[in-house]
Design a protein around this ligand. Structure first.
Ligand code: C5P
Ligand code: C5P
Ligand code: ZN
Length: 457
């Protein structure tokens, strides 16, 4: 993989002008920022754009634009064979076919690694950046943010594989620190009761999603919710208070019959961006990733990109303003999906959000739904949402247990979408597709057959 990274680095060095095409999520933005900064430092002429997915229309346009070199980051593995008209390099981590092992394609799957946790799109892009100049190891912090944005720490409650080497670079460069702590989202910026209220991995029956119960829980432990007018955050608590909270949750989970394996997930490795101000979204890798998701998923990718490139003034302010809207959309989306009712079939369950949830966040909502108390996680969950173009966006999520049994949502969605003239792909545990409207039922039928075959049922 490092050899391939060096080869792509050579291609970049030889080019005068490079156009970057990246994905609209946190991993895509960090990947795009790493690529931009690398080219900037090399003094190259470059441009960048962010897309929801690569489709025929975009590829045709790119062919016509006649760039000297197009650098696809966090996407592109599905097209590596096609489009000889585009002179390209690809740094991606999505599942791909074996015949896409081509000299311009860097992807962990081509080297025997699993792109759902070993390395992200930002990580793959970082390997090329580092191969160009060892000084670029400061960009590893962005690669860690990208990996956390894609939930690559989820399987083992810490980053693994190539991501750990990237983490080591970050520590060497003094830009990242790792430590064990509570894994719930919002350690730096969320009021304590909210951190508990939105806890979902592990879900805490009796506390998760219940604001009043979370406030009482803290009161019962004699932990102040506020310091004067300020809500106290996890990082404001002293060691004793943190231990009290963790022991109580552990006890709650164990007495409710959750095993050791699930209960242990409350603690895991967290990643601190050492150069950022404590108590801000930028100090914690997961919070940084969410801040970025609040930008590009709403068509404002330049906001996230400028924050990644170092702006701590007007762009950061804009990103923080967008964050509130993103949070509200997630809460409302989750509520909407719950009211829509999940329909169960033999090999999967699904809901259709119609216009109720944006196609750019249906994946996050589907993920949250599968983690919630109300949804049975013993079947893969499919979420549908209508897109602005009149198509239907599909998001599919499953559990590690299913993946261990042989389920691969990436190939299942890719095959099912292909049969309906759509496009799909992703990872074994999480995948997506776009299909023509009205084809949902047919899609589900094909998908069920795919899942049945994969699991040998
Ligand atoms: O586009 P992409 O690769 O960037 O996104 C990865 C997706 O896979 C994310 O939506 C993330 O939530 C999902 N994922 C997951 N569980 C994992 C790893 C990834 O749900 N263990
Ligand atoms: O959009 P969503 O979060 O559901 O996507 C899940 C995973 O599937 C992501 O890694 C995304 O990049 C991938 N995906 C894909 N092709 C599509 C749609 C999504 O590879 N057409
Ligand atoms: Zn990614």
């Amino acid at each position: 993989m490092l050899q391939r990274a060096r080869e792509l680095g050579d291609t970049i060095r030889k080019s005068k002008e490079v156009h970057i095409v990246t994905h609209i999520d946190a991993d895509g933005i960090t990947a795009g920022a790493i690529a931009s900064e690398t080219l900037q430092r090399l003094g190259k002429e470059y441009s960048i754009e962010c897309v929801k997915q690569l489709d025929e229309l975009i590829l045709k346009r790119l062919t016509n634009e006649n760039h000297e070199l197009v650098w696809f980051t966090d996407l592109g593995s599905s097209i590596s064979m096609e489009y000889p008209g585009i002179n390209k390099i690809i740094t991606d981590h999505h599942a791909c076919e074996e015949d896409s092992n081509l000299p311009f394609h860097l992807n962990p799957h081509l080297f025997g690694f699993d792109g759902s946790y070993d390395i992200s799109g930002a990580g793959a892009t970082y390997l090329v950046s580092k191969s160009i100049d060892e000084k670029n190891i400061d960009l590893s912090a962005l690669a860690v943010v990208g990996a956390c944005g894609d939930l690559q720490d989820r399987r083992f409650c810490k980053l693994q594989g190539t991501n750990r080497r990237i983490l080591a670079d970050g520590k060497k460069a003094g830009v990242i620190q790792n430590k064990l702590d509570i894994r719930y989202f919002g350690r730096e910026t969320r009021p304590m009761y909210k951190l508990l209220q939105y806890s979902d991995d592990p879900f805490i029956p009796g506390l998760s999603r219940r604001e009043d119960a979370c406030v009482s829980f803290l009161q019962d432990l004699n932990i102040r919710c506020k310091d004067g007018d300020c809500w106290r955050k996890w990082i404001d608590l002293n060691k004793e208070e943190r231990q009290k909270i963790i022991s109580s949750i552990v006890q709650m989970l164990l007495t409710k019959g959750f095993g050791h394996k699930i209960t242990c997930r409350i603690i895991g490795e967290i990643y601190i961006l050492s150069k950022e101000k404590p108590g801000t979204e930028l100090h914690d890798a997961k919070e940084f990733a969410t801040l970025l998701n609040s930008t590009a998923r709403y068509g404002k990718y330049e906001v996230g990109l400028n924050v990644c490139l170092g702006d701590r003034g007007k762009w950061l302010q804009k990103a923080q303003n967008l964050l509130g809207g993103h949070r509200r959309n997630l809460v409302e989306g989750l509520q909407f999906a719950k009211e829509e009712k999940i329909q169960k079939r033999t090999f999967l369950q699904f809901f259709h959000a119609g216009e109720g949830i944006r196609d750019t966040i249906i994946g996050i909502v589907t993920n949250m739904m599968l983690n919630s108390e109300e949804v049975d996680s013993s079947l893969p969950l499919i979420g549908f949402a209508n897109t602005e173009n009149g198509d239907v966006k599909v998001s599919a999520r499953t559990t590690q247990a299913f993946v261990d049994k042989g389920l691969d949502l990436s190939s299942a969605l890719r095959n099912a979408a292909k049969q309906l003239n759509g496009v799909g792909g992703g990872h074994n545990i999480a995948a997506g597709a776009t299909i023509p409207k009205g084809k949902e039922e047919e899609f589900l039928e094909i998908l069920e057959k795919e899942i049945k075959n994969q699991l040998d049922l």
